[in-house]
Design a binder for this molecule. Structure first.
Ligand code: COA
Length: 272
């Protein structure tokens, strides 16, 4: 069974603690951080990239500041195999959204992760009709009245899964979102099925996807990996003091997908 490790940090104190270590970022990351107009966006970016370095250094004995990255055809970041030969085969993906940063690590297989914060949606139907597969648009329309919380939750679940999938493929939003569809059936957790697209790098049946709801912030987090023989996800919550104040609930998963455990990691312990 393929192992994927999810590292998650959320809330003002945790993000500030991570961003305070922005000195470990490289020149490219510093330049990207400097381009943000608002301090909160800059801090979120720094926190995500410090968290990523901590996650990588927990897997491979490389100092936080020594990691170097390259970008693929559609801008997907990867570990630079020349600068960091010790990390051969290690793949990652990261996501940031208001109040939360996360990254996913996987050996040998590409992985995608996406996180979304809750927000009121007045236009969920229009977006899904225009960009999603027809069966997904129908699921959002059937979920609840326009502008309702149920409609917004269904939209966010599908959107987060779709982004995690296109990020795992490395294509980002250059891929047509109507060319494939996620279906969620049942609840607590829902069974997730993926349909299409034809001719993709990995057949739909090989994908293992996970959907989490995190409280108290109401974030939605999805991860996707093409692990034909099944996948086990571990979720690590990086907290300033190691106290686990987060309720991470499994909202859905594909067949042969396990959430092995969720546990809190005190930040000081994880810094090298
Ligand atoms: C990747 C993408 C889906 C990000 O979505 P988002 O919800 O706005 O942002 P998230 O926080 O979830 O993810 C952002 C992270 O995804 C990663 N990322 C960027 N491009 C990626 C890609 N093609 N595939 C996978 N991950 C990607 C980066 O680490 C980025 O964070 P960073 O800028 O801090 O390094 C979107 O920006 C996209 O489609 N980018 C590709 C654009 C493209 O195709 N350009 C073609 C010109 S080469």
């Amino acid at each position: 069974m393929h192992e994927v490790v999810l590292h998650i940090a959320h809330g003002g104190p945790a993000l500030a603690r991570l961003a305070a270590h922005a000195g470990v970022l490289d020149a490219g990351e510093e330049a990207s951080a400097a381009r943000f107009r608002f301090a909160a966006d800059r801090e979120l970016y720094q926190a995500a990239h410090v968290l990523l370095r901590r996650a990588l250094s927990a897997q491979v004995p490389v100092d936080l500041a020594q990691w170097r990255f390259i970008r693929g055809a559609h801008g997907r970041p990867e570990i630079d195999p020349i600068a960091c030969p010790e990390a051969r085969g290690l793949r990652f993906n990261l996501s940031h959204t208001r109040g939360l940063v996360c990254c996913a690590l996987s050996r040998g297989l590409p992985v995608g992760v996406d996180a979304e914060c809750p927000r009121p949606m007045q236009d969920a139907r229009a977006i899904t009709e225009r960009f999603f597969a027809a069966e997904e648009a129908a699921a959002v329309a059937a979920a609840g009245a326009p502008g309702s919380a149920a409609e917004a939750t269904t939209f966010r679940n599908l959107w987060t899964l779709k982004e995690a999938y296109v990020k795992a493929l490395g294509l980002g939003l250059s891929m047509g979102l109507a060319d494939f569809a996620f279906r969620l059936t049942g609840s607590a957790p829902a069974a997730i099925a993926l349909h299409g697209p034809a001719g993709a790098d990995h057949p739909a049946a090989h994908w293992r996807c996970l959907l989490l709801h995190l409280e108290p912030g109401g974030w939605t987090l999805a991860a996707a990996v093409p692990a034909a023989t099944g996948a086990r996800f571990q979720a690590l919550l990086h907290t300033p003091d190691g106290a686990d104040a987060t309720g991470a609930a499994l909202a859905g998963c594909t067949a042969a997908t396990e959430l092995a455990w969720v546990r809190a990691v005190p930040m000081a312990a994880a810094h090298r």
